[in-house]
Design a protein around this ligand. Structure first.
Ligand code: HEM
Length: 178
């Protein structure tokens, strides 16, 4: 193990519900019961890294506000806030990958392996293909609608079918715009 960060007591409390019991390492698990380690590791790092960044963005905003600075007039902050949405989805998917891949090779820990539970189904590729096509089309549709709403809002059109449009005049306050 390289780059380990030892957290005395707390690691044991999280893993074993005790302050003193050692945390069991992967070296105590038989090799044929190891999960795919790199995928689990990187998915977890991605989730925690993004979670920390997102929380930091909130802290930065409130500290700035407390010091009488309005970050809503800063382009970099608005860009970060816009990126936070998709990044939260990436964190969510990474968390899911960390738990699903990390539980392998078990479907029921200690009782049933995933290979024993998996069935074969000849129509699987059709099902997967049509799901991908439907959700791909929905994604393209959503992006087209949102972009057209943005365009119409910028053009000054009132009564857009959205309760979430920013307050009028908000973009004019952003630095670099007049
Ligand atoms: C510092 C930030 C974070 C920490 C320390 C953390 C910690 C964890 C841990 C320990 C697990 C595994 C739980 C288990 O073993 O069953 C987990 C799972 C998960 N996390 Fe995070 N997480 C963080 C941020 C996030 C964020 C920002 C998101 C989403 C926006 C997220 C979404 C998930 C999801 C979806 C799972 C899988 C739940 C499941 O399927 O059982 N996490 N997280």
């Amino acid at each position: 193990m390289r780059g380990a960060i030892d957290i005395p007591y707390l690691g044991s409390l999280i893993a074993q519900n005790s302050f003193t019991e050692p945390v069991r390492g992967l070296d105590t698990i038989p090799v044929d019961e190891h999960p795919p380690i790199n995928i689990t590791h990187w998915a977890f790092q991605t989730m925690v890294g993004l979670g920390t960044l997102l929380a930091l963005l909130v802290v930065v905003f409130w500290v700035a506000r407390w010091r009488q600075r309005d970050l809503l007039t800063k382009r970099w902050f608005l860009r970060s806030a816009a990126a936070a949405g998709p990044l939260a989805v990436v964190a969510l998917e990474a968390g899911w990958v960390a738990t699903e891949v990390g539980r392998q090779p078990w479907i029921v820990y200690g009782f049933m392996r995933t290979e024993e539970a998996a069935a074969s189904y000849s129509g699987l590729w059709w099902l997967l293909g049509s799901t991908a096509v439907v959700y791909g089309a929905l994604t393209v549709g959503a992006v087209v609608v949102i972009r057209s709403m943005t365009r119409r809002w910028r053009a000054g059109e009132a009564d857009l079918p959205s309760p979430y449009a920013p307050e009028r005049g908000a973009t004019e306050r952003v630095e670099g715009r007049s």
